[in-house]
Design a binder for this molecule. Structure first.
Ligand SMILES: Nc1ncnc2c1ncn2[C@@H]1O[C@H](COP(=O)(O)OP(=O)(O)OP(=O)(O)O)[C@@H](O)[C@H]1O
Length: 331
C-alpha cells in the first residue's frame, strides 16, 4: 500500500498533486491560431476530514471552480490523484453524485419555468430518494430555509436570495455527505446572507455534513469555517485558520466615520486615517484588533453621526500576503 492510501483513512476529500491543464486555441490572424496551455490547477495537495467546513478562496481565475468541477467529476484531472469518499470522481461520477451536493451561486439547478416544488419532485425521482427520507429532508429544508410560501412559485419569479435558498434545499434532498458551495451568498442582501449562513452552520453541526465553500466574502469564512485554503494561479498558497491568514497578510479593516463637521484627522492609534473627504474619515486598523473597542474610543472623543466597518476583501489580503513573502525573501 502506498503512502497516499494510508493518509486516506481519515480523509474524506483527498487531493495529491492534482493538476488541470486546459488547451486553449487563440485566433491570432485570418487563418492562424495559437495553441496555449492554461495551468488552471497546478499540483495541489490537501485533505479534508469528514465533517470539516473549509473555505476555498482566491482571486478571479485562481482555479477554484476548476477544482470543484474535478471534485464532482465534471472535469478529469490532467495529473495527480483525487478521491472523494474513496471514489475517483471522474471514473464513477454517477455513483459519487448520490453522495455529494453542489450549489453554484451563479447558476441554478432548478427548472426555471416550474414551481419550486416540481423541481424537488423531479429530484426525488432522479436520485431515487426513499419517500420517507425525501419527505423528512424536504420538511426540514422548508422549515429552516423558510421556503413554505415559495414552493408553488415558478423559479423564474423568485428573488436571488429565495432562489439560492431553493437551490441549497435541492442540493440536500438526497442527504449528501459532502456539499460544495460555489459563492452561495453572492448578490444576497444582509438578511438572506445571515439565513444561508445560519442554515449551513446547523447542517454542519447537526448532520456532520462536510462542506467546501468557495466565496469572495470573507465574512462567510469568518462565520462558518475554522480552516481556509487560499489558491492563486492554480497553486495552494495557504492552508490554516483565518486568523493566521490575517497575520500572514497583516490585513486591515476600515472604520468609516461621519463626523458632525470637518475636523483634523482622528487620532486613535493603532488605527490611522487613510482618507478624508469633508466630514467623512476612513481609518485603517489591524483586522486582528477589536472594532468595538476602536468605535468606543472614537465615539467618546469625537462628534459621530454615523459609522460602518468594512472587512478587507480577499484580493487585498492575498496581495498583502505576497508583499509579506517578498519582504521575507529580500531580508
Ligand atoms: N474550460 C476551460 N477552458 C480553458 N480555460 C479554462 C477553462 N475553465 C477555466 N479555465 C481557465 O482556468 C483558470 C482558472 O479558472 P477557474 O474558473 O477555475 O477560476 P476561479 O478561481 O473559479 O475564478 P472565479 O473566481 O473568477 O470564478 C482561468 O485562467 C480560466 O480562464
Amino acid at each position: 500500500m502506498d503512502q497516499v492510501v494510508d493518509v486516506a483513512v481519515d480523509a474524506f476529500i483527498e487531493l495529491d498533486q492534482v493538476e488541470k491543464v486546459f488547451d486553449v486555441r487563440k485566433k491570432t490572424g485570418f487563418l492562424r491560431r495559437e495553441r496555449r496551455q492554461v495551468r488552471a490547477v497546478d499540483s495541489i495537495s490537501f485533505t479534508v476530514a469528514r465533517g470539516e467546513m473549509v473555505g476555498y478562496i482566491g482571486p478571479n481565475g485562481a482555479g477554484k471552480s476548476t477544482t470543484i468541477k474535478m471534485l464532482t467529476g465534471i472535469l478529469t484531472p490532467s495529473g495527480g490523484r483525487l478521491r472523494v469518499a474513496g471514489i475517483d470522481p471522474s471514473r464513477e461520477r454517477t455513483k459519487l453524485a448520490h453522495r455529494i451536493g453542489v450549489v453554484f451561486g451563479q447558476r441554478t439547478t432548478l427548472w426555471w419555468d416550474l414551481p419550486l416544488i416540481d423541481s424537488y419532485k423531479l429530484m426525488h425521482r432522479m436520485y431515487r430518494i426513499p419517500d420517507a427520507r425525501y419527505r423528512e429532508n424536504l420538511d426540514r429544508c422548508v422549515e429552516l430555509l423558510e421556503l413554505a410560501d415559495l414552493l408553488d412559485v415558478p423559479v423564474r419569479q423568485l428573488s436571488l436570495g429565495q432562489r439560492m435558498r431553493g437551490d441549497i434545499a435541492a442540493a440536500l434532498l438526497h442527504d449528501p455527505e459532502v456539499l460544495y458551495l460555489d459563492e452561495p451568498t453572492i448578490g444576497l442582501d444582509v438578511i438572506s446572507k445571515a439565513k444561508v449562513r445560519g442554515f449551513l452552520r446547523e447542517l454542519n453541526t447537526e448532520r456532520g455534513t462536510t462542506v467546501l465553500l468557495t466565496t469572495h466574502d470573507l465574512q462567510d469564512i469568518e462565520q462558518l469555517c475554522s480552516r481556509v485554503m487560499v489558491i492563486d494561479h492554480g497553486r495552494l498558497m495557504y492552508d490554516g485558520p483565518l486568523t493566521g491568514l490575517h497575520e500572514v497578510g497583516e490585513s486591515e479593516r476600515t472604520l468609516v466615520v461621519d463626523l458632525e463637521r470637518e475636523l483634523p484627522p482622528i487620532e486613535a492609534a493603532p488605527a490611522r486615517v487613510v482618507k478624508v473627504e469633508g466630514p467623512r474619515q476612513w481609518l485603517a486598523f489591524p483586522a486582528s484588533e477589536s472594532a468595538a473597542a476602536l468605535v468606543a474610543r472614537v465615539a467618546a472623543e469625537y462628534p459621530l453621526v454615523d459609522l460602518s466597518v468594512r472587512e478587507p476583501d480577499i484580493e487585498a489580503v492575498i496581495a498583502k500576503m505576497y508583499a509579506g513573502e517578498a519582504e521575507k525573501a529580500v531580508s
